[in-house]
Every structure is written in C-alpha cells, then in structure tokens.
Design a protein around this ligand. Structure first.
Ligand code: BG6
Ligand code: MG
Length: 220
C-alpha cells in the first residue's frame, strides 16, 4: 500500500481560534490608534506572529523600532494566551476529530503544519496531541506561509513523499504554501478567499476520508 499523509493546519481547521487572534490584534490596534477590521484580519490568517504585526502596522504606515515590535508582539500574545486558556475538547471544530481518527484507522499518517508557536499548548488543551504522528509548528520553521517549509517538513517528518500528502487549510497563505510545495490541498471556508485550493468545503464535517483520498489519488 502507498504511504500517504494528511497535513493539518490548526487554527481555523481543527479549532476556531481565529476569533481570539482577532480580539487580541484588535486590542493592540486600538492602543496604537490603527483602524483594523475583520476584513483586514483575513490577511493575518496563517501568517506568523511577527509578520502579522508588520501587516497591522503597514495598514497605516506606522513605523516602530525592532524592540518596540517585539514588545507589541509579546503583548498581543499574552492577551491571546489568556483568551485560549479556557479551550477544551468542546472547542474542536465539527468533524475534525472523527476525520483524523478515521484517517489514522486507514493507515494514513497524520501531521500538524501550523504557523503558531502556541500549537502544542492548544493541542494539549483539546486533548488531540496523541492523534499526530508528527507536529511541525511555528517554533520549527524559519519561513512563514506562503513558503512551503512547514508542510515540506511535515511530509519529511512523516516519511511520506510530498506528492502523497494532502494539506487541509483555511487561510489563503496556507493554500499558497501547499501549492508552492507541490502538494494538493483542501480549503476549509470561504470559496472566494480559497479559490486556488483543489477542493473547497465549509468544514471538516463536510468531507469524508474517502473523498479526500480520491482527490489525492486523482493525478490530474
Ligand atoms: C496561525 C494563525 O495559525 O498562527 C495566525 O492563523 C497566527 O493568525 C499564527 O498569527 C501565529 O500564531 P502564534 O500563536 O504563534 O502567535
Ligand atoms: Mg489556519
């Protein structure tokens, strides 16, 4: 049997933390007097913490020193970590856990491919850590999505050729990262934003492992 892997983004695919990221960035934006909308927040999805800050400051061309930037990023993260402190398995997005369990039963290897440095903290809160054969997060990558590094490292850690890996992503930057890595991907969410994905569904409860495998096996 061919060695296959599924690589999952975390925020917005397995758990809805996007709202907490937004609340924390919005609070920082307010303190800095920057107008920041939910639409602006879309650009931050999948993007690393420091790069998200650059995008936020860039909205109004605000110039800050490197040490101030580090301080702002830390402040945002402290607020964010407070907000996610109460996550429990009830916060797992519909269908995600069943889907991963079913894939494991069918001998598909499972990796995490997240930009977040809080990924393991979150997986532990959700009690999902044990489901992953490999975990690549923001602490192990130098280049943020849309660079494919996080997914290529995931495939490598699984020992699965990248062309046999399927990525699950909710962010534009993440879909581009999968494409840049030569991998197929399923977009979770908005069809306009994720148009470049090989297949777009509204949530993990709207796709079966068999359908995902069909997409992976379709050599077109
Ligand atoms: C991604 C989120 O998963 O992780 C981004 O979509 C976030 O919004 C990024 O900025 C980095 O997360 P963290 O937890 O390291 O600040
Ligand atoms: Mg995401």
């Amino acid at each position: 049997m061919i060695n296959k892997g599924f690589i999952f983004d975390l925020d917005g695919v397995i758990v809805d933390t996007a709202k907490f990221h937004y609340i924390a960035w919005k609070r920082l934006a307010n303190e800095l007097g920057i107008n920041f909308t939910e639409e602006d927040n879309e650009q931050l999805k999948g993007v690393s913490r420091m790069q998200s800050l650059e995008i936020l400051l860039g909205l109004e061309d605000v110039q800050k020193s490197e040490s101030e930037k580090l301080q702002f990023a830390k402040q945002k993260n402290d607020w964010y970590v407070d907000l996610i402190g109460n996550l429990t398995p009830k916060d797992i997005m519909p269908g995600a856990e069943d889907f991963i369990n079913e894939a494991s039963k069918r001998s598909i290897k499972i990796a995490l491919g997240s930009a977040s440095k809080n990924a393991l903290f979150i997986l532990n809160k959700l009690k999902l850590n044990h489901l992953f054969d490999a975990r690549i997060d923001g602490n192990q990558v130098a280049k943020a999505k849309p660079d494919p590094e996080v997914f290529l490292k995931g495939a490598e850690a699984l020992g699965v050729p990248k062309e046999n890996c399927l990525v699950f992503e909710d962010a534009q930057a993440g879909i581009e990262a999968a494409i840049n890595g030569g991998m197929k991907c399923i977009g979770l969410g908005n069809t306009d934003i994720l148009a470049k994905a090989n297949l777009i569904v509204s949530g993990m409860d709207k796709i079966t492992v068999s359908q995902a495998l069909e997409l992976l096996d379709n050599k077109k």
